[in-house]
Design a protein around this ligand. Structure first.
Ligand code: G3P
Length: 217
């Protein structure tokens, strides 16, 4: 499963990329706002930090304007994936962009039928939001399971990019279900590394090593 980091904070991206933990990056208008930086500038910087797909979202809601914005966004770098919302205009834009070879991430997906439409529109990625699904009492992971089954039934190439990931359990369950990608905030990715028994075991190893009085080299 590919790990994308869900942020526009370039310091976090650099740190996790240096650790070899980043296969791509996803941003959205809220994350751009949180970063407090110029949209085109920060996306260009991010696209230079990671070689994998970098999702950057258009903010127009009608097809013609989406296409105009997409022309600007996709020219930022070769590894840009243009993000469009799961609406009729978003699907129309997805079809047009993917037909000429541009990566498209169809976002704000909350049903298996929406994901089916995204695949039929040729989406590179579809982003079902599991955390927000959980927030309203619907098990987000059941949505992922349904999409996985439907995509496998028809051998769709669209990659399931699990988004709105809030904790390590979401990552664990997404991997068990065979999602292609998960995108998570830097904090969640860092949580994946930690286990108290690992910490305790390392402390014990080093304490015993200290007793040997030896050094390596
Ligand atoms: O990629 C979508 C993600 O940023 C949304 O996360 O926690 O606001 O639902 P959240």
């Amino acid at each position: 499963m590919k790990f994308f980091v869900d942020t526009a904070d370039t310091a976090d991206i650099r740190e996790l990329a240096d650790a070899g933990l980043v296969d791509g990056v996803t941003t959205n208008p809220s994350l751009i706002h949180k970063a407090g930086r110029d949209f085109l500038e920060v996306v260009k910087e991010i696209a230079g930090i990671v070689s994998g797909p970098v999702s950057a979202e258009v903010v127009a809601t009608d097809h013609d304007e989406m296409m105009r914005e997409a022309e600007i966004v996709r020219k930022i770098a070769d590894n840009i994936a243009v993000k469009v919302p799961l609406t009729i205009d978003g699907l129309k834009t997805c079809r047009k962009l993917t037909d000429d070879g541009t990566m498209v991430n169809v976002t704000l997906c909350f049903s298996a039928n929406q994901a089916l439409l995204a695949a039929k529109a040729g989406a590179t990625f579809v982003s079902p939001f599991v955390g927000r699904h959980d927030d309203v009492g619907y098990p987000g992971m059941e949505l992922i399971a349904d999409i996985r089954q439907i995509y496998d039934n028809y051998q769709f190439d669209t990659e399931i990019l699990v988004a709105s990931v809030r904790n390590p359990i979401h990552v664990h369950e997404a991997a068990k279900l065979g999602a292609d990608v998960m995108t998570a905030p830097p904090s969640v990715i860092r949580q994946l590394v930690r286990h108290p028994l690992t910490d305790n075991g390392l402390t014990a190893f080093l304490a015993d090593w200290e007793k040997t009085g030896q050094k390596i080299g």
